[in-house]
Design a protein around this ligand. Structure first.
Ligand SMILES: Nc1ncnc2c1ncn2[C@@H]1O[C@H](COP(=O)(O)OP(=O)(O)OP(=O)(O)O)[C@@H](O)[C@H]1O
Ligand SMILES: [Mg+2]
Length: 406
C-alpha cells in the first residue's frame, strides 16, 4: 500500500506513526516543510520518498506540488496526524482521487463551530454556543446563553485565551485581555468531570477505544502553575458512569462520517451523569496520551494505527491490564534553569515498581514554558491495575516530587 503522510517528522509523536507504517509494510511518501536532514534517522529510513514543500499551509500550492510529484504512482491513502493538516489531507485526497474524508468533510474536525453544528444536527448534546467577532456580539451572546459561560478562541488549542465567565463583569475583563483574538466562541459552561473518548477506526468501525480522565479539568490546570496535571487512561471502560460518554462518542463518529484512523474527543460528565460533547479531532491525542494507552495494554498503538489503516485490523492483544496515569511536572521557582529535584529519591523508593516511565528536564537545563508544552518539565507514567491505588500513587508523584528552578 502506498501512503502519503503529511508531516511525517513533526510534531514529536508523529515519527512513531511513520515508523509504524513502514513496520506493517506500507510504502510511506512523506510531505513536509522540514528539510530531509531535519528528520530523525528512523523516520528517514521509514520513508520511501520525501517531498519538501515551500509552504505546507499554502494548501493549493502544496496540493499541486504533491500532484506533480506522485504522477504515475498509484496512491492508496493520504494521511495527516497533525491537526492543522487534516483539511489539507482531505484536499490532497480529492486531487488524487484517493478514498477517505474530503476537505469539506474534514472541516468539522477543525472548526469548532462547524463541528458543533454537525453534532447538534445529529441530535446530540453540546453546550449552547455562539460565534462572535465584536465586543457587542460577545455581550449579546453571553446574555442569550446566560451565566456561567465560557469564552474561547474559535481556533484554539491548549486552553489558551479561554476564560470562565461567572458574571457580566468577568466578560468585560475577558474582553480586555482578548483583543488580539479575531473570533471567539461563547458557550454555556458545563460543570463536571472532563473526559476523553479516543478511538482507532477502520472502515467506520471502532477497533480500539480509550476513555481518559483529566485531573483536574484542563482549564484549571492551565490557570494554576503549581498544579501537576494528570491524564488517566482508564482500565475499566465498562464502568457505568462512562457509558453515556462512550455512546455519545460512537454517535459523534457516525455523525461526522469518520472512517479511518485516530479520533480524540473530549466530553463532560455532569454531576447528574449526563455526557455533553466538548470537541473532537480526527487525529491522535497529544500530551503523550498514545503512550498512556500503550501502558494500559502493553500494546503499541502507533503500529496498531498503521495496521488498522493498511490492513483494516489490529492483530495485537488490546486488553487493558492497567490504569495508566500521565503526570506532568512544572518546575517551581523563579529561576530559568532546573537546579534540583526535591523528593525524587522518596518517590523512587516508595513507588518505583509502579512507575512505568519518567522523563524530567535535566538538571542545569532551561525550564520549559508550561503554557506552551503540555508535558512541562517532565512526564511520568504511573500504572496499577486498581484505579483507587493508581490515583493515590499518582497524587504522590504530583505532590511529593518538586522540580526546582533556580
Ligand atoms: N462549554 C464549556 N464548559 C466548561 N468548560 C469548558 C467549556 N469549553 C471549554 N472548557 C474548558 O476549557 C478547556 C479548553 O477548551 P477546548 O477543549 O474547547 O479548547 P482547546 O483550547 O482546543 O483545548 P485543547 O487543549 O484540547 O486543544 C476545556 O478542556 C475545558 O476545561
Ligand atoms: Mg480541548
Amino acid at each position: 500500500m502506498n501512503v502519503i503522510l503529511i508531516s511525517p517528522g513533526f510534531p514529536h509523536q508523529i515519527p512513531y506513526f511513520t515508523m509504524g507504517l513502514a513496520r506493517v509494510g506500507a510504502k510511506v511518501y512523506g510531505v513536509g516543510d522540514q528539510p530531509i536532514q531535519a528528520l530523525d534517522e528512523g523516520v528517514r529510513r521509514a520513508l520511501s520518498g520525501y517531498l519538501q514543500v515551500k509552504n505546507l499551509w499554502d494548501e493549493e500550492a502544496t496540493t499541486d506540488e504533491i500532484h506533480a510529484w506522485v504522477r504515475g504512482k498509484s496512491i492508496d491513502r493520504v494521511e495527516c496526524l497533525w491537526e492543522p493538516g487534516v483539511v489539507l489531507a482531505g484536499r490532497v485526497r480529492e486531487a488524487l482521487d484517493v478514498p477517505g474524508l474530503t476537505a469539506e468533510q474534514s472541516i468539522p474536525l477543525r472548526d469548532k463551530v462547524a463541528m458543533k453544528n454537525v453534532i447538534e444536527a445529529a441530535g446530540l448534546r453540546t453546550p449552547k454556543h455562539a460565534r462572535a467577532t465584536t465586543a457587542k456580539e460577545c455581550r449579546a451572546a453571553a446574555e442569550a446563553i446566560g451565566y456561567p459561560a465560557i469564552i474561547k478562541p474559535i481556533a484554539g488549542a491548549g486552553s489558551a485565551d479561554t476564560y470562565e465567565l461567572r458574571s457580566p463583569q468577568d466578560l468585560e475583563n475577558a474582553l480586555k485581555i482578548l483583543q488580539h483574538v479575531p473570533e471567539v466562541s461563547i458557550e454555556e459552561f458545563i460543570e463536571g468531570e472532563e473526559h476523553t473518548f479516543d478511538t482507532v477506526c477502520a472502515n467506520g468501525e471502532i477497533l480500539f477505544e480509550n476513555v481518559g480522565w483529566y485531573r483536574p479539568k484542563p482549564l484549571v490546570a492551565r490557570l494554576n502553575e503549581w498544579i501537576s496535571p494528570q491524564t488517566v487512561c482508564l482500565r475499566d471502560i465498562e464502568a457505568p458512569e462512562l457509558q453515556p460518554g462512550r455512546v455519545l462518542g460512537r454517535e459523534v463518529i457516525r455523525a461526522l462520517g469518520f472512517r479511518d484512523g485516530f479520533t480524540h474527543m473530549e466530553w463532560f460528565r455532569t454531576p447528574k451523569g449526563e455526557a455533553v460533547f466538548g470537541e473532537i479531532g480526527g487525529r491522535p491525542p497529544g500530551g503523550q496520551m498514545v503512550h498512556g494507552m500503550n501502558y494500559t495494554t502493553d500494546a503499541d498503538l502507533f503500529v496498531g494505527w498503521a495496521e488498522a489503516l493498511v490492513k483494516g485490523r489490529i492483530s495485537q492483544d488490546l486488553r487493558k491490564k492497567y490504569n495508566a496515569c500521565l503526570v506532568f511536572k512544572r518546575a517551581q521557582g523563579n529561576g530559568q534553569r532546573v537546579v534540583r529535584y526535591d523528593g525524587l529519591d522518596r518517590v523512587l523508593n516508595e513507588i518505583g515498581p509502579h512507575l512505568a516511565h519518567m522523563e524530567l528536564t535535566p538538571l542545569g537545563a532551561p525550564k520549559k514554558d508550561w503554557r506552551q508544552v503540555v508535558q512541562g518539565d517532565g512526564w511520568i507514567v504511573v500504572r496499577h491495575p486498581e484505579l483507587r491505588r493508581m490515583l493515590e500513587l499518582s497524587d504522590r508523584v504530583a505532590s511529593d516530587l518538586t522540580l526546582v528552578a533556580g
